[in-house]
Design a protein around this ligand. Structure first.
Ligand SMILES: Cc1cc2nc3c(=O)[nH]c(=O)nc-3n(C[C@H](O)[C@H](O)[C@H](O)COP(=O)(O)O)c2cc1C
Length: 211
């Protein structure tokens, strides 16, 4: 696992003027480095991005409500939490404030409907560092076909993949925050994600694997 200085990886992502593959305008949150750092400090974020090795996988299992029942050592190492702190808790323990809610709606709608989902997720480590994952989340069924829990295995995405997904998520988050009503904001961002994919004529899975 490696850490990168805030003026390196993070600053590069947030200051990127490159157009996104999804053709969404980037958020006004992509401000200059100093206001970025001020905002991060307010949210308890360090601005330091963590990475884990290509051959490492972060694994967790949950009950049907999403409370963690198992976490592996890589999860503990990268997140900075102990097993005792995580078991029995929801994954929102590691939710990063810059993750758009509509992605979690997509996640829950998909897995609660019995399907698997692949998604890029930015997570918050205990000390306020962040780490991106490419997650594969699946439901676990009993013999009668009922969902008895969920399983997630996550690899470390490549820097180019993060560089493409981060501006999209920033735009979706900005859409969510544009509305006073949190639920309306989330629905509006979710619709925007669907519309953008529809315009491109690709499904969500095709999109994540195209990055
Ligand atoms: C198996 C599984 C793995 C999950 N992994 C993450 C994760 O790595 N990071 C995260 O923020 N949310 C993860 N979630 C989604 C959380 O349950 C939750 O929806 C999300 O953190 C948003 O929290 P909030 O709705 O309380 O804001 C996972 C859910 C499941 C079922």
């Amino acid at each position: 696992m490696a850490e990168h200085n805030p003026d390196g990886v993070i600053a590069t992502l947030h200051n990127s003027a490159e157009p996104t593959q999804m053709n969404l305008e980037t958020s006004t949150a992509s401000a200059n480095g100093s206001s970025r750092r001020g905002k991060d400090a307010k949210l308890g974020l360090t601005g330091v991005e963590r990475h884990f090795d290509e051959d490492e996988i972060i694994v967790s299992k949950t009950d049907p409500r999403g409370r963690m029942t198992y976490v592996n050592d890589v999860f503990l190492e990268v997140s900075g939490y102990t097993e005792d702190e995580l078991i029995g808790q929801p994954h929102s323990m590691i939710r990063h404030p810059e993750m758009p809610r509509c992605i979690f709606k997509l996640l829950w709608d998909t897995i609660a409907g019995g399907q698997e989902l692949f998604a890029y997720v930015n997570n918050r480590a205990k000390n306020g560092d962040n780490y991106w994952v490419f997650a594969h989340v699946t439901p676990t069924f009993d013999a009668a076909g009922a969902i008895v829990g969920y399983h997630s295995s996550r690899r470390c995405p490549k820097r180019e993949q993060i560089a493409q997904i981060a501006p999209l998520y920033a735009a979706l988050l900005a859409e969510e925050q544009r509305h006073d009503d949190r639920k309306i904001g989330m629905q509006s961002a979710y619709q925007r994600l669907l519309d953008t994919l529809a315009k491109k004529g690709i499904g969500y899975d095709e999109f994540v694997f195209s990055l």
